[in-house]
Design a protein around this ligand. Structure first.
Ligand code: PLP
Length: 421
């Protein structure tokens, strides 16, 4: 790793290298730090750098600030010949740099993980507007949503330049805010308009809009009484829709389900959901399915579940779980289908308690979520569901939902007023 002389910026000549640290805390990223003390100015010994492979990626320009010690990060690793732009992460340092606002902004601009390119717009009520620069898409650390998780959120899909089911998602957000005792920062109509304008400003015609309401910034106390004003944040993630797999496997979660009081709200406390998904991934599965405290089928970590049994679509009742917008829309469309197709595809739709035994003996199983609509489940706890293939009713219901997403009625499709460039 230690090979060539890096080119030193002119500003550094005449400084003294006090300490050099090599931090290899990520496999693709070796960051070399050199700490300089300006008091002991002599000359940077070339030998100190002779051996570094890479180029100087950042130099703290707070050189003249106190303490008169600063740190230079040198990106020293390459990943398949492409230089990685890793943040400077020390394992030990004499002093940590103190950055100005401009320097922080420039540091944030250097973060280049691939997903950042898909963050095409963010609204923040704290700044009172929209930014298109991912580096500026930040949230104050003293916002109650950050340090206490006191916030609610929702996500709506954008497809072909339309927001799908925006009203259902906004209604759920407002319900969650009321349950979490978060006053609304704006009226419903203003909030809705901000969301639509955020998508319009992004220019993204595909992807998802995620938005949060929080008790807002103002202090670090447990009570939100210090928070000055509720905040609204929204970010457009301009990613192409991923078609659902032809069949995924699930496990029964070994992570305890949330108490129903919390499961019915969409709050930012998703630790059980994240741990449950990790549990699934550890076992080679896509999602983990929760049972409620009485052993009935509840939901998956961020999806609802549904079954087809003897011509009936079965969906767990929503009183102890999140009421999924996709699942609710599917109920409406499936009921129309049963009425119009005289039971050819489905005879009945039932939203009720479903025992584990009934679910495990179902002919078909599916996961329901806005981003994918309907995902067929072909294996559960290592056993095939039905004949182990995506079921015909499940595939039909996906097509039904996809048609609604792309050609549904105006009440579920909000055209985004993009400004032509
Ligand atoms: C816990 C939980 N259940 C169900 C869902 C499905 O909801 P929707 O269909 O509105 O995406 C989600 C999605 O966010 C979720 O987080």
């Amino acid at each position: 790793m230690l090979q060539s002389v890096c080119s030193l910026p002119k500003a550094l000549t005449g400084t003294t290298v006090k300490d050099i640290l090599v931090c290899n805390n990520s496999p693709q990223c070796g960051v070399v730090y050199a700490t300089f003390q300006l008091q002991r100015i002599s000359k940077v010994p070339e030998t100190a750098f002779r051996s570094f492979h890479g180029r100087i990626s950042s130099v703290a320009s707070s050189v003249l600030q106190r303490p008169r010690v600063f740190t230079m990060g040198i990106s020293s690793a390459t990943n398949n010949g492409v230089e990685t732009n890793c943040p400077s992460v020390p394992t030990h340092m004499d002093s940590i740099p103190v950055f100005s606002l401009d320097e922080v902004a420039s540091k944030l601009q250097q973060l280049t993980h691939p997903n950042r390119r898909t963050y095409t717009a963010m609204y923040s009520s704290v700044v009172g507007g929209i930014t298109l620069d991912p580096a500026a898409m930040v949230v104050p650390i003293d916002d109650h949503i950050v340090h206490r998780g006191h916030g609610v959120f929702d996500t709506a899909t954008v497809c072909n330049g339309y927001l799908y089911e925006l009203d259902a998602h906004v209604d759920r957000l407002l319900r969650s805010a009321a349950q979490a005792r978060i006053p609304l920062p704006f009226s419903r109509s203003v909030l809705r308009n901000i969301l639509v304008q955020t998508v319009a400003a992004s220019g993204s015609r595909e992807g998802s809009l995620r938005y949060w309401i929080s008790t807002g910034p103002g202090g670090f106390a447990l009570s939100p009484s210090e928070c000055e004003k509720s905040s609204l944040y929204a970010v457009m993630i301009g990613k192409e829709r991923v078609k659902p797999e032809s069949g995924v496997s699930v496990i029964t979660s070994s992570v305890p389900i949330k108490n129903p009081k919390f499961a019915i709200m969409k709050t930012t406390n998703y630790l059980p959901n994240a741990l449950s998904t990790m549990d699934a991934e550890d076992k080679g599965a896509f999602q983990a399915v929760w049972l409620d405290e009485e052993g009935y089928i509840a939901e998956a970590a961020n999806m609802n579940v549904a079954f087809v049994s003897k011509g009936t679509l079965l969906i767990p009742a929503f009183d102890r779980i999140l009421s999924g917008c996709t699942a609710k829309r599917l109920v409406v469309l499936a009921e129309l289908l049963t009425a119009n197709s005289k039971g050819e595809v489905l005879q009945k739709v039932e939203v009720r308690k479903i025992s584990l035994e009934e679910a495990k003996s179902a002919d078909e199983m599916m996961l329901l979520v806005s981003s994918y609509l309907v995902i067929p489940v072909t294996a559960w706890d290592g056993q095939p569901v039905g004949d182990g293939k995506a079921g015909p009713v499940t595939r039909f219901l996906y097509d039904l939902m996809y048609e609604d997403l792309t050609n549904g009625p105006p009440e579920v499709r909000e055209p985004v007023p993009y400004v032509s460039k």
